[in-house]
Write a protein that binds this ligand. Structure first.
Ligand code: ADP
Ligand code: MG
Length: 470
């Protein structure tokens, strides 16, 4: 029967189309007027439905009879395809588990389409797309702080109501290692947890670009675009990567419009705000700004400590508090670096079977951050001095003229002058708004006392050791 069908089809389509779209089809069975054909991929099926359905209908009715029906069976090629073409949709036919993991409804399956399309397509009820989400980057593992509050809560709102908030697209921007990728995944994970039927895809702009370029090479741009049009939620990380790539931007523009118009959620991240994205088309930039742009900034000390704590407890580890604090004080550039230092610290300790104490931590961390031109921070000096004299740190930054506070403040200034390249004015500003003369006076006072007072000298030596970088 299929041979006869093919003969008719051959006369009705170009040779090229016939070879591409009909030769690969394998007839599987004909039972009760239902013809089952096997097609190599989901796109293949979609393509047939879109371009050749009328022809197929006619031919099959002619060969089998008026009540003829067509059924597709799609080869499952999860493993072979996931590497080559990450945008391939897989249809898990036997795999119940992955079916329930991330099933999505095909548009074909809606009531409307059923009426329009007399063909039944069992087995096509669900397709699953690998969302590419990293489960460790969840909201639970994300520490909220002033630095990321807006971005986080907007992300949370989107996760609870994808496509249903004013934040579409949601653009999260900010410097390197400040949690953009983490948040992007968290949104995807949140949506998947609450709406398992939604098709969610996380993709880096780089990966998107690579897929697009491949699709041009392989003549499968239609597949590429159609795949992205299937998404309920599309998360694109680091869109600044699109800069200067016009063709990719065009494809993304088209996909963006389609998704946005159909109420699908779009989440974007970027290392800079839209106004600073050079090399990205204006029409795309203006769309980036349609929803909400929220920035993430470098976290303050408390947030840094909280992040380290979360990471440590999450891994079932424990660290002395002073080590943790030293880490958080020393590395304030970005979170990735701080985590890197923590990881190598733990690795060192495990390898050498040493327990992690502050000495080991200092050695490690200082080695770790040597290249990033680390400078001791005023916060850290304050902290060490206050701990030593048992004073609350707020007092040091206040205007109190209590003797012991004044002295501690002077000592902190003295060490700041000694251990950093900061100007007197800058040190004063960091010590409760004192002027440069006050700082100069402090340094002289401490020097004088050190020469005359042996006990005081001892304090300074202790403190210097505690503050020492090596
Ligand atoms: P970005 O994408 O902005 O460069 P990432 O999202 O990759 O940064 O974050 C770098 C690392 O820091 C990741 O391991 C991430 O889990 C961690 N991180 C960043 N922000 C937070 C946060 N607020 N809470 C917990 N971990 C965080
Ligand atoms: Mg990132």
């Amino acid at each position: 029967v299929w041979r006869n069908c093919l003969d008719i089809i051959k006369d009705n389509v170009s040779l090229q189309s016939f070879k591409t779209w009909f030769e690969p089809i394998v007839p599987i069975r004909l039972k009760d007027s239902v013809l089952t054909i096997q097609v190599p991929s989901h796109f293949f099926y979609e393509w047939l439905e879109e371009h050749y359905i009328d022809l197929l209908k006619k031919v099959i009715k002619k060969e089998i009879g008026a009540e003829a029906k067509l059924e597709y069976s799609i080869i499952m090629d999860r493993n072979s395809n996931s590497k080559k073409a990450p945008y391939t949709v897989n249809l898990p036919t036997n795999d119940k588990k992955s079916l329930s993991n991330s099933p999505v409804s095909m548009p074909l399956n809606t009531e409307e389409n059923h009426i329009k399309n007399p063909f039944i397509i069992p087995g096509l009820k669900k397709v699953s797309v690998d969302s590419n989400l990293n489960p460790t980057y969840s909201f639970d593992n994300f520490v909220e702080g002033d630095c990321n509050r807006l971005a986080r809560s907007a992300g949370f709102a989107v996760a609870n109501k994808p496509g249903g908030t004013a934040f579409n697209p949601l653009l999260i921007y900010g410097g390197v290692g400040l949690g953009k990728t983490h948040l992007a995944h968290a949104i995807g994970i949140g949506i998947k947890n609450q709406f398992p039927n939604k098709t969610v895809l996380y993709v880096s702009a780089e990966m998107f670009t690579r897929q697009f370029v491949d699709s041009i090479k392989n003549n499968t741009t239609n597949d590429f675009v159609n795949f992205y049009k299937l998404m309920d939620v599309l998360i694109v990380d680091d869109v600044q990567f699109f800069a200067g790539k016009e063709k990719t931007q065009d494809a993304f523009f088209y996909i963006f419009n389609h998704l946005h118009q159909t109420g699908k959620q779009i989440v974007l991240t970027s290392d800079k705000p839209p106004v600073e994205m050079k090399g990205v088309e204006q029409r795309l930039l203006s769309r980036f700004k349609w929803g909400l742009s929220a920035d993430v900034q470098a976290p303050g000390l408390e947030t840094r400590i909280a992040i380290l704590q979360k990471k440590i407890y999450g891994n079932g580890l424990d660290l002395p508090e002073d080590v943790l604090e030293y880490l958080a004080y020393s590395i304030n550039t970005n979170i990735r670096e701080m985590e890197g230092a923590l990881t190598s610290l733990i690795a060192q300790a495990t390898l050498n079977k040493k327990s992690i104490n502050i000495e080991l931590a200092k050695k490690m961390i200082d080695k770790f951050v040597k290249n990033t031109a680390r400078e001791i921070s005023m916060d850290y000096i304050h902290k060490i001095v206050c701990d030593y004299f048992n004073l609350p740190i707020e007092l040091l930054k206040s205007k109190t003229r209590k003797r012991e506070v004044v002295q501690a403040r002077q000592i902190a200034m003295f060490f700041a002058k000694k251990m950093t390249k900061w100007s007197l004015a800058s040190i004063g500003a960091q010590c409760g708004g004192k002027d440069h003369a006050t700082v100069l006076h402090a340094c002289r006072t401490v020097n004088n006392l050190a020469e005359t007072d042996k006990q005081f000298r001892g304090y300074l030596d202790d403190l210097e050791k505690k503050l020492a970088v090596n």
